[in-house]
Design a protein around this ligand. Sequence first.
Ligand code: ADP
Ligand code: ZN
Length: 522
Amino acid sequence: MNYQGDKERQAQAILQKVFGYASFRGGQAKVINHLLNFTYTLAIMPTGAGKSLCYQIPALLFAGITIVVSPLIALMKDQVDTLNRYGIPVTYINSSLKKREIKERLQEIAKGNYKVIYVAPERLAAEEFVQSLKHVKVDFIAVDEAHCTSQWGHDFRPSYRRIAAFIQNLPQRPLVGAFTATATPEIKSDIIKFLALKEPRVVVTGFDRQNLHYAVLRGQNKQEFVVDYVLANRGKAGIIYAATRNDVDKISELLNKNGILCSKYHAGMRDAERTENQENFLQGKLPVMVATNAFGMGIDKPDVRFVIHYSIPKNLESYYQEAGRAGRDGEPAHCLLLFHPQDVMVQKYLIEETVYSPRRKEHELKKLQMVVDYCHTSKCLRQTLLDYFGDEESRDYCGNCSNCLDDAINVDVTLDAQKALSCVYRLKGRFGSSMVAQVLKGARTKRIRQLKLDHLSTYGLMAEKELAEIRDFLGFLIAEGYLCLTKGKYPVVKLTKNAIDVLKGHKKITRKMPAPKSTRQT
Ligand code: ADP
Ligand code: ZN
């Protein structure tokens, strides 16, 4: 008999008989199969995708004990209660218990009376806990919220760094599985290193939210856009994210003035007011919420139909998480990102103000640039997001984003690209995109005259275009990898290798542009 198939069948049977679910969700079966083959596995799946089953099912199939390490004390009890209800002997040990209760549970653990034990990471350092495991066989350690191992994440926990030593000291080396929703390359390699995952399989899956429509809008009058959009979608629940408290105040005032009542939320408001506004939003009394990124943690409103980012977020993880608050019910929902170059400066300023280590600062700036690239790419937006997270299920065309939609047309922009690229070449990679745009426009500034840039052959090559349009086009060339920006606070624009073919006329460049629309009545 095929042993592998046998294990898969057993996992399937547990899914149905114990948990009562018909089938695995995307990626779950893969993670479970790796684990059942005793392969160290790092599973990266977004919140709500169903990570718990991925370690619970193997735990039930292994002969020995499974230890689940989790920092979320509140969730621990829930999971344990649920598994107990299914008739599985499971317990947890954390600081919420009395000394006596802990002692009793440790005695039961030593007798081998529990199949799964949930613990907070700090517990692994407690001698009584280590002792209680001396004579039982631990087969599997599941480390939940594994990104806590990494300082690159937002919730680093030193106790996560001691998990590897704990495992090392067990009488027999168990299988280790790590689970998280956060997946940057830095965090990934930290998890593998600090949890000492030997030749792990990394499974990134479940990031696609097919009911969400992604769109980027550049060059809009943002205020008009928001008012128009919300009026056209009256009665629907939506969130508008702004970068600063001041913007939140201004936007909600603007909506109020246009007859749209809305709630607002930012860290500068009193607790009571925030709570009240949040309740009004959740209950649908005021279905539009204007907020900073302080809003949303733990908010589970299923029927949010749109999430508008009034300005760009600081990185694509935040974007995915904030935009992902739309359409939790699986019904179609829209995620709109309004791009304006000025907002990049605001985010840079915020990074400058809040991040102190130079290495970290550079890291944050790099992540911000990926948001800017997302805003300028001609590729499928969903694909760009899935690629960023390393999801295996990405494809070239989704048919449900502003770059895949039928009303966007491909325009040949090779000639403009050659103009812009040769200008960057003439400027010898000494200036930022703002100066490159001014030279292409043929702007008459003092600085340009002083530097004699008006003598360059590329000066004024795109004089017929608006300055903002030229800057936007440079953003596109950066996003598509023909130009690049140097690191640091004042990046300069340089050519990449890809630019050479275009300059030599060996390569054509096309760009997705919105098809001309019939004029809107205002
Ligand atoms: P995560 O830890 O990834 O945030 P959970 O493990 O808490 O997600 O699962 C989210 C929800 O999805 C839970 O209510 C869980 O019972 C449910 N779920 C998980 N897997 C399946 C499945 N295969 N079929 C149906 N529901 C599932
Ligand atoms: Zn698409």
